[in-house]
Design a protein around this ligand. Sequence first.
Ligand code: HEC
Ligand code: HEC
Length: 175
Amino acid sequence: MKKLWNVSLAAALLVGGVSVYAEDDEMEHARPMQSKPLSKQDQSAAALYKKECSACHMAYQPEFLPKRSWDKTMKGLDNHFGTDATMDTVDSNTVQNYLMTYASKNDRITDMRGAVALRISQTPHFVKEHRKISKKMITQPAVKSIANCNACHTKAEVGSYREREINIPNYGRWE
Ligand code: HEC
Ligand code: HEC
């Protein structure tokens, strides 16, 4: 797995000096979502983001996608993967602002076809990283979708994706 992340990605995912992804184990990108103290304003924005965007799935760390991805997502909430995820305008602006502030600095992250990525799970590096996971592990009821990061990454919600924290339901730890 060590060589999978290219340099641009590893560099691009550096936010505030802490990395979501890492090239190897000693660097295992533990990035608690709030590893450095956020300003009061960002704290309340983060809380609002969590409240509004974790009703149907976990609140994905903004660092996984670049600004244009979040921009497109926020503009299309009325038809968000087949659901209506709209919220009031003031809240929506606050959430968008929060996502943009902490977005990946790598604007070259796209989806598999080179278009603006709306899914983390359809970015080339993600796909590469998860290529060894069988369909059965994903479609089983305890996981359902590869977008359910926290089904396997036990600390995903706090932004930590270390290998030793992976536990695939009914399969166990990833060695
Ligand atoms: C009403 C339910 C609902 C709400 C609220 C919601 N989402 Fe989603 N979201 C979904 C569904 C459904 C999917 C597709 C999940 C799947 O494929 O398993 C999804 C997928 C996503 C994905 C892609 C995940 C991946 O990598 O495959 C992102 C990013 C995302 N949502 C961001 C947001 C943001 C940001 C908000 C808040 C503004 C939000 N969602 C609020 C229902 C919701
Ligand atoms: C079915 C279980 C499963 C789901 C769901 C899943 N992952 Fe993973 N993920 C894994 C496994 C297993 C690995 C390690 C793959 C390897 O090393 O070959 C991994 C690796 C990773 C890594 C790299 C870890 C490292 O040490 O370099 C990141 C980051 C990551 N996943 C993020 C996510 C995100 C974000 C989501 C949701 C959008 C997600 N994963 C969904 C199982 C899962």
